[in-house]
Design a protein around this ligand. Structure first.
Ligand SMILES: [Zn+2]
Length: 193
């Protein structure tokens, strides 16, 4: 069927003049056929998943600013929920040995940038030290579990006295010992077996 331009114009005009009526009808139709429509769109999605996803990512590529705006708005309206999810994810991730090591690495790389020092030890060397504590902080002897031990620079980074930290220059301490040590250089060395 060929639809003439005039006919198209006419339909457009008709729609414009009766917009509210159309909307009401569409809504009514939706309410009446909700379940069927939902199933239909679910099926439609499953069938055309890849094409839909491709189009979506293409749209995102071409509408970067709009995407940023939407994300900003979403974050603004769902801030607490998002933070809660992120917290949960972080907590889970950092409890794995992989996440734990990554977190330490991040801290060390940052220290290297700021203080022009380097760290030369492996994950295995550090893990061996951790295991030998059996979860007790070597300084205060409190049991806090291996996962909660932090990496302490025996000669603090801030002293500037060491440029290359090997496994002999670091020790596992509990957070509270690590903090209370601060920038002091302590005589006694812990956890260097
Ligand atoms: Zn301690």
């Amino acid at each position: 069927m060929v639809v003439s331009e005039r006919e198209k114009e006419y339909k457009k005009g008709y729609y414009k003049d009766n917009r509210e009526e159309f909307r009401k009808r569409a809504k009514l139709y939706y309410e009446k056929n909700k379940d069927g429509l939902k199933n239909y769109s679910k099926e439609f999605y499953e069938k055309n998943k890849y094409e839909i996803k491709r189009r979506h990512s293409e749209w995102q590529k071409n509408n970067r600013n709009k995407v940023k705006e939407i994300q900003k708005e979403y974050r603004k309206n769902n801030g607490e929920k998002i933070r809660e999810n992120e917290r949960e994810y972080r907590n889970k991730y950092y409890k794995t040995t992989f996440g734990k090591w990554n977190m330490i690495q991040k801290r060390l790389r940052r220290a290297e940038r700021l203080r022009s020092v380097e760290h030369k030890f492996t994950k295995e060397e550090w893990n061996l030290k951790l295991e030998k504590t059996e979860g007790f902080c070597p300084r205060c002897n409190k049991y806090i579990s291996i996962m909660n031990l932090t990496l302490d620079h025996i000669v603090p980074l801030a002293s500037g006295r060491i440029r290359t930290y090997t496994i002999e220059d670091v020790q596992p301490l509990c957070r509270s010992c690590n903090c209370s040590k601060g920038a002091k250089v302590e005589e006694k060395v812990y956890g260097c077996w």
